[in-house]
Design a protein around this ligand. Structure first.
Ligand code: DC
Length: 235
């Protein structure tokens, strides 16, 4: 953290795909006037651009180079007074000046993101960017390795979990609402494969930090999860 005075807390939210991290992360960020950082979206943006450039998923040198030569930025766009899933507003993902927000949410990009994020060169470069963005505090950062690796000194660490079936149900609904043609079985198989990738990689795998507060959202609504977190954060 260095000697720099922090502007606010660093709140880490880790957990498997589709556990609801980004939904609650945005709501918390809005509540505290913090910046919300979706680190998965950063890996997805790189994955999208690698796919467009025809770079192979194991070409660590080209992938790391692609990341170094370009800029990923996140813009928080807070909606006005809406409740529920969009209650925290939304996030715009920029690759240089190109808005890639809607292009990064496909299954293919998610799977590519999971694969390239396992390459140490890619991860270390991305983690460096995330530390730059978050080190001043006043951030809610969601991902897989935030409390365990990116910011082990985070002020609050949450691990948001849910059963595979429930996560698949939520992701299926989300993709269907966006007009994507997917089957429930396909979505569940994709999540299971990503869980395996994310948990088994060598560097900074998805793990529950010992000091993380574990919340199971399988049978809890968004408001209830947020309420638990706010109580734990204590501000
Ligand atoms: O959260 P998400 O589904 O948008 O993330 C996409 C992929 O990126 C996910 O399968 C694993 C990877 N990821 C990661 O390895 N570390 C992070 N901090 C965030 C995401």
């Amino acid at each position: 953290m260095g000697q720099m005075a922090k502007k606010g807390l660093i709140i880490a939210i880790d957990g498997p795909s589709a556990a609801g991290k980004s939904t609650v992360g945005k709501i918390l960020a809005r509540r505290y006037h913090y910046t919300y950082i979706d680190t998965g979206a950063m890996y997805r943006a790189l994955a999208l651009k690698a796919m467009q450039a025809g770079i192979a998923e194991d070409d660590e040198v080209s992938l790391t180079d692609l990341l170094h030569r370009n800029t990923i930025s996140l813009q928080n766009v807070f909606g006005e007074g809406k409740q529920g899933k969009e209650g925290g507003g939304h996030l715009r993902i920029l690759w240089n000046s190109e808005d890639v927000t809607s292009m990064i949410r496909t299954q293919q990009v998610g799977m590519m993101a999971s694969k390239i994020s396992a390459l140490p060169g890619v991860r270390l470069a991305m983690v460096e960017i995330q530390r730059q963005i978050g080190r001043q505090g006043a951030v809610v950062m969601d991902g897989r390795d935030i409390g365990s690796f990116v910011f082990p000194e985070a002020d609050k660490k949450f691990f948001l979990d849910a059963s595979l079936e429930e996560r698949a149900r939520r992701r299926f609904e989300e993709l269907r609402q966006k007009g994507m043609e997917v089957s429930f079985q396909e979505v569940m198989a994709d999540l299971a494969a990503r869980d395996r990738n994310d948990q088994s990689r060598q560097l900074a795998p998805l793990v529950k930090s010992e000091d993380a507060i574990v919340i199971d959202s399988t049978h809890r609504g968004i408001e209830e999860v947020v309420e638990i977190m706010v109580r734990e954060i204590g501000i």
